[in-house]
Design a protein around this ligand. Structure first.
Ligand SMILES: *Cc1c(COP(=O)(O)O)cnc(C)c1O
Length: 492
């Protein structure tokens, strides 16, 4: 039986179902499993098995309180025809890397991998725990989580969903995806601020005791669809296991041979999932953490000092425009030898001093990670080069990852077989990608989508087609200080 405890060392153990409902621990820490399970199967027995089967086994190994039937219900609901690709996540070789294309879900970004199953994990948890309150999903988004969460929770009985996105910090396509969202239980607000402001605002609402008591009396309970929710993180572990199985299947590696994993990183959820996969038994040589110009993680991995006293940049990879990477807290907890008071002190220092330096023990653990960054121009040349040389189309976030990867190879000469987490469709960031390919200017983001399709012949994801002709349903733009009132007003 695996239980969940807080990274800050206080409070009691929870079951997975309880942790999924709560989202954030009482002491503001994040829930982590009290042990990371070994792979629940022999790798050789799973080669060639469908994604759904691998996902079910991996998630079940962590969420031991869900019955077999419950987990089957969850994966059946999540990984059905909603993905426009054979077997959910294709792996495509381009250059000398394998691109794990995680973006073939309904909102065309990797967030669909976890957010198509989270509503099932959550509603199942609510039943298991006899929770009678309506669950209110509060979500801060740098662009992709919001839409994927809205799509996942729209019209799910017993839930309301409220999304906050930074008004100038998302692409035109991303914005339109959110503002046209249908569903009676969906609420979307642009905030005047950046993603960190949105995320901090949401955390404050979670921490507001009076407000939460008032909501409880009215029959509501807050939860989260951000990657602070363990129900987001664990489903992501599955695709790294699946990727290794694919490399075994196509003969790139033999069982036991190590791989490198490159992840374009913002909130540190996706790369942390790859770390969990390695703890389960997937052999990993190096975790390559790729950042854009907001390179706080690059500097942290290289120095052991996390310092947010720096300029914040809006870039062409907006889903990674983040300075406070929430899930790093989980990695630090594991690397510290599960020292909750040490982590609490670090997070307090971040809050008050805006910086912290980790212990030698944690620094040593960080040795498995390589940190690198790509600025906007480097991102565009990466997209350009791989398209010209290989005919492979990448989005800007994957472009950051590819650029950091090729620099890593140059610097280290390391030729370990490599998987790059490919996190979004190029069409979500069509204007930047068109620019990278040297295409002429167009009138708006939607014209770029069409022009890019004509040039490349790559199919436009169904969810992005005709986006510009859909009715805009969510128009509110609010100040950060009004986020709580917005939640209040959304709940009738
Ligand atoms: C969210 C996102 C990322 C960053 O993922 P994290 O888990 O927050 O590190 C990278 N690329 C895209 C396209 C995203 O939507």
């Amino acid at each position: 039986m695996i239980q969940y405890k807080s990274t800050r060392g206080h409070g009691e153990m929870k079951s997975a179902a309880q942790a999924v409902i709560k989202g954030l621990a009482e002491d503001r820490g994040l829930f982590v499993p009290d042990s990371i399970p070994a792979l629940p199967f022999e790798l050789k027995d799973m080669i060639g098995k469908p994604y759904k089967e691998v996902a079910k086994a991996v998630i079940s190994a962590f969420f031991t309180d869900y019955t077999d039937e419950e987990m089957q219900h969850c994966v059946d609901g999540a990984y059905d025809g909603k993905f426009e690709a054979d077997d959910v996540v294709p792996m495509v070789k381009a250059g000398d890397a394998w691109f794990l294309e995680l973006y073939h879900g309904r909102t065309a970004a990797f967030k669909d991998m976890a957010l198509s199953i989270l509503p099932y994990l959550l509603t199942t948890a609510v039943k298991k725990e006899n929770e009678e309150k309506k669950i209110v999903i509060l979500t801060a988004t740098s662009g992709d989580t919001g839409k994927a969460a809205l799509e996942g929770f729209a019209d799910v009985p017993g839930t309301e969903i409220v999304v906050f996105y930074p008004t100038g910090g998302v692409s035109e396509v991303q914005k339109r995806q959110m503002t046209t969202q249908t569903g009676d239980n969906t609420h979307v607000f642009a905030i005047r601020g950046n993603f960190d402001d949105a995320q901090t605002g949401v955390k404050k609402i979670f921490d507001d005791g009076d407000f939460n008591r008032d909501l409880n009396e009215r029959g509501f309970k807050l939860s989260s669809a951000n990657s602070i929710n363990i129900g987001r993180l664990i489903p992501q572990v599955a695709y790294y296991v699946y990727a290794y199985l694919k490399l075994l299947e196509n003969g790139t590696v033999k069982e036991g041979e190590k791989i490198n994993i490159v992840v374009p990183t913002g909130n540190f959820g996706n790369i942390l999932a790859s770390y969990y996969a390695s703890k389960m038994g997937i052999p990993v040589n190096r975790f390559i953490c790729a950042s854009n110009k907001n390179r706080v993680l690059t500097d942290f991995i290289n120095t052991g000092t996390y310092d947010i006293r720096r300029d914040f940049y809006l870039t062409n990879s907006p889903s990674m425009d983040i300075l406070i990477s929430s899930n790093l807290e989980r990695l630090l907890y594991h690397l510290s030898g599960e020292n909750g008071s040490e982590i609490e002190a670090l997070m307090k220092a971040l809050d008050t001093e805006k910086t912290y330096t980790v212990s030698d023990k944690i620094k040593e653990g960080l040795g498995a990670f390589y940190g690198g960054s790509a600025d906007e121009a480097q991102t565009l040349s990466a997209i350009h080069d791989i398209y010209e040389e290989e005919g492979y189309l990448m989005d800007t976030h994957t472009g950051v990852a590819y650029d950091v990867y090729r620099n890593y190879v140059k610097e280290t000469g390391d030729r370990t077989p490599t998987v790059i987490a490919s996190t979004a469709s190029a069409y979500k960031f069509a204007a930047s990608v068109a620019d990278a390919l040297g295409m002429p200017e167009e009138a708006d983001g939607f014209a770029y989508v069409k022009a890019l399709a004509e040039k490349t012949g790559v199919r436009i994801p169904a969810g992005l087609k005709d986006l510009d002709s859909k009715e805009i349903r969510h128009k509110d733009v609010i100040d950060v200080e009004s986020m709580r009132d917005a939640v209040n007003a959304s709940l009738k």
